[in-house]
Design a protein around this ligand. Structure first.
Ligand code: ATP
Ligand code: MG
Length: 393
């Protein structure tokens, strides 16, 4: 257990407890939540927060400790990852300040934000990648954070990196195990149970035909055989549902939401989205490609377009899935623009699924990307469309 801020325990004991508490958590969400709390106790900070970067450079998740629900509710926005928070997602060393308000990087606090003075921020880095940052504010004795505090939180951040990596790995394994288990159940049902029920039905039929039972018994045998056929049909339907990407449908919405949140955290453009609900039949491959296209296109818009409006639409017309993303920004000429990897990756991802990708854009007229991916997969060899399919329309 982690001791309260006023407990007379050595900070090293507290650190050791904190690390133990972290490494016993296996859910990533719980690791992150506990980390904010644990680090606040460790150095007697009134407030703590933990930010996790999004792939687009802002914050994907933000957990706070020490603020009341009312304080959180009164703020008009959660931090968007500017100023100090952004800085901590880039630097490799801690940042320690006696008075946060005096620092020019402390921009971006909304009016209702509680006043905070002393500050200690520590990046959480694993193998050169920023997994998150810890922010601690207002030491309880009104003193600034000390060298010792910085050392302890830096040590904690090192262990936190391992705990976060472990929890992520655990989650991946769990998902994989669910998919494998589903496949196994579907196979057992199909090859085992259905075949057994089928053979019982046949035996009932043979008995009825060869034993000349009285009419009433013959009728009962016939009904029992039909009943078994219905059970087999139900099982077949159940297997189809198991094999269909039920899971993917859930994650499609979640994944898009996460990409949109990432975009909103780094761009002031207004993003309107229209994602058709109930897309339960898309394969995992297709969901992955759609999400990656959206991610890259929104990242291009955030970085290059200077747009005020962005529109994302995903619809299914029964034969194919159509993704449209438009912006009203500065536009570009797709035929002559100097390409990075983004546009070419998008073209080949869609091509591999037998779909088409077009980009309509010209300088001064915004840009529209349209991807159309058919339901049937392409013939055996991967189809990569000619370069002309991404055009300036
Ligand atoms: N929505 C957009 N509005 C304006 N210009 C864009 C837009 N999308 C792409 N561009 C232009 O097209 C160029 C090529 O885009 P592409 O995604 O291939 O490369 P990149 O974004 O520069 O680099 P990266 O490899 O990191 O993705 C961009 O550099 C930019 O000039
Ligand atoms: Mg790009």
């Amino acid at each position: 257990m982690v001791s309260g801020p006023s407990a007379p325990r050595s900070q090293l004991d507290a650190l050791s407890d904190a690390i133990r508490a972290l490494t016993t958590e296996i859910s990533i969400e719980r690791v992150l939540r506990r980390l904010a709390e644990i680090s606040a106790h460790l150095v007697n900070a009134r407030y703590a927060a933990l930010g996790v970067p999004s792939e687009m450079g802002g914050l994907a998740q933000f957990y706070t400790y020490g603020m009341t629900e009312r304080q959180v509710a009164r703020m008009d926005h959660l931090p968007v990852g500017h100023g100090l928070l952004r800085e901590l997602l880039r630097v490799t060393n801690p940042i320690r300040l006696e008075d946060l308000r005096q620092d020019p990087r402390s921009a971006g606090f909304c009016a209702a934000h509680p006043t905070m003075t002393s500050f200690l921020g520590v990046p959480i880095i694993s193998k050169g990648v920023h997994l998150g940052s810890l922010y601690l504010c207002d030491r309880l004795n009104n003193q600034p954070f000390s060298d010792e505090d910085e050392r302890l939180v830096t040590m904690l951040a090192g262990h936190a990196a391992v705990a976060i990596e472990n929890a992520r790995l655990n989650e991946q394994l769990r998902k994989l195990a669910i998919i494998e288990e589903r496949d196994r159940i579907a196979m057992e049902l199909h090859d085992g149970i259905i075949q057994q029920i089928f053979s019982v039905g046949i035996r009932l039929d043979i008995t009825r035909r060869t034993q000349n039972p009285p009419d009433e018994i013959a009728e009962q045998l016939k009904n029992a055989a039909s009943e078994l056929n219905r059970v087999i049909e139900d099982l077949r339907m159940y297997i189809r549902d198991l094999n269909r990407g039920v899971d993917y449908a859930v994650t499609l919405g979640d994944q898009f939401r996460e990409v949109f949140e990432g975009f909103r955290s780094v761009s002031s453009s207004r993003l309107v989205s229209d994602i058709q609900p109930g897309l339960t039949h898309l394969t995992e491959d297709k969901v992955h490609v759609l999400v990656q296209l959206t991610r890259e296109m929104l990242s291009n818009i955030a970085r290059h377009a200077r747009a005020s409006e962005v529109y994302v639409e995903l619809v299914d017309n029964g034969h194919s899935t159509e993704l449209t993303i438009s912006d009203n920004g500065i536009g570009f000429n797709p035929a002559t623009v100097q390409r990075g990897r983004g546009l070419d990756n998008m073209t080949s991802r869609v091509g591999r699924l037998g779909g088409t990708l077009t980009i309509d854009s010209s300088p001064g007229h915004g840009a529209t990307l349209r991807a159309d991916i058919p339901h049937t997969s392409p013939p055996t060899s991967a189809h990569t469309p000619p370069a002309g399919e991404t055009n300036g329309g």
